[in-house]
Design a protein around this ligand. Structure first.
Ligand SMILES: *Cc1c(COP(=O)(O)O)cnc(C)c1O
Length: 361
């Protein structure tokens, strides 16, 4: 069986260093927001060429706190892509703001900059872009719109650790880059974890407080904050894996190149463009008979996944909110997309077997 993902196999190369980190932190007696968190924060800021990084409890919290830092009026509108994991939209709702969904490009699956302007109103305060599947959004036109309408920019980088646009890291174009280290992500922890990167000193000071009950001095609270702290164990595990993030990304890029070159043209493959350094958190193809293809692959001992089976506007929790709107491009992607095995432990042999089986479909 070729697994779609195996977190045990994925983490095997780091086993010894993880055990060493665990034992030294256990003995240290300091478990939350300590030296290991500080070390990881400075390493991850450096990795992204950002000035500041703050560990938080999850990717969702990273986006939620980023929006909260601006203290927009209740009911303000925030533009988000219609084609995303639901967390991006939930982060807007948790702030009591109105998510305004904008359709993606059918080529890149990311928010279509040409469709954003029509959704900007007097109430629009920010855009949250998502670099889906590990491909950067088309940032130049998005940055222009932010400038023209004075909008804040937050980047959901949960799938784009190390991805670049014109040689610049995702997460460093806007006011905030919000990262998830959920175990399956390219940089994954052994539990929930997240981080926010930014370059603005004042905003950095707000995030430092927001994640810890509004306090950066023990028992003195300046803001009504959250409990969204990173723990020492996860931070240490992340430092171990960060040293090899480029190796992980390059491995995925190598496997992606084999898929791109050898899968037959019946499958719609991800777009490739010299301005974009893609890290393939997910390698997807699209096919009109997606469900049949998935069943056929499983019968041939190949597991795949669907990211995602239900578009956000059709989720039970959200459909009332978006019932008078149409998102045909997002729905088309949700109905036809299939994610192929592309983990750090997969071999070229695995990928060649997937290709051979798929080309006989
Ligand atoms: C994983 C993910 C999140 C949420 O991250 P968590 O750490 O699970 O909270 C947000 N946005 C996108 C695009 C994701 O893939």
């Amino acid at each position: 069986m070729i697994e779609y993902e195996s977190l045990a196999l994925l983490n095997e190369p780091f086993h010894k260093e993880y055990i060493y980190s665990f034992e030294s932190i256990l003995k240290s007696g300091w478990y939350i927001l300590g030296e290991n968190v500080k070390r990881f924060e400075s390493q991850f800021a450096l990795y992204n060429n950002a000035d500041f990084c703050f560990g938080v409890a999850s990717g969702l919290d990273a986006i939620t706190l980023s929006i909260a830092a601006f203290n927009f009026e209740q009911g303000s509108e925030i533009i988000v892509p219609s084609n995303t994991y639901v967390a991006t939209i939930i982060s807007v709702l948790q702030n009591n703001m109105k998510p305004v969904l904008v359709e993606p490009s059918i080529e890149t699956y990311n928010i279509d900059p040409a469709k954003i302007e029509a959704s900007i109103t007097k109430k629009t305060k920010a855009i949250v872009v998502v670099h889906l599947y590990g491909k950067s959004c088309n940032m130049d036109p998005i940055l222009e719109l932010c400038k023209k309408y004075n909008l804040k920019l937050i980047e959901d980088c949960a799938q784009s650790h190390g991805a670049k646009y014109k040689n610049k890291n995702t997460g460093t174009f806007g006011e905030f880059g919000a990262f998830s280290f959920y175990p399956t992500k390219n940089l994954g922890a052994l539990g929930d974890a997240g981080a926010i990167v930014c370059n603005d000193k004042e905003l950095a000071g707000i995030i430092r407080k927001l994640r810890n009950y509004g306090s950066d001095k023990k028992y003195y609270n300046d803001l009504v904050g959250y409990n969204s702290r990173l723990d020492e164990m996860q931070a240490a595990f992340l430092s171990v894996k960060l040293k090899r993030l480029d190796e992980i990304n390059n491995h995925k890029r190598k496997l992606a190149a084999i898929y791109l070159e050898n899968l037959k043209a019946d499958f719609i493959k991800p777009s490739v463009d010299a301005d974009y350094f893609d890290v393939y958190h997910i390698f997807n193809i699209r096919h009109p008979k997606r469900d049949e293809l998935k069943a056929y692959l499983l019968k041939n001992n190949i597991k795949t996944e669907i990211h995602y089976p239900v578009s956000p506007n059709n989720q039970v929790a959200l459909k009332e909110m978006f019932k008078n709107q149409q998102f045909p491009i997002s729905e088309e992607i949700h109905n036809t997309t299939l994610s192929l095995p592309i983990s750090f432990f997969h071999t070229e042999e695995d990928v060649n077997r997937v290709i051979e089986t798929m080309n006989n479909f």
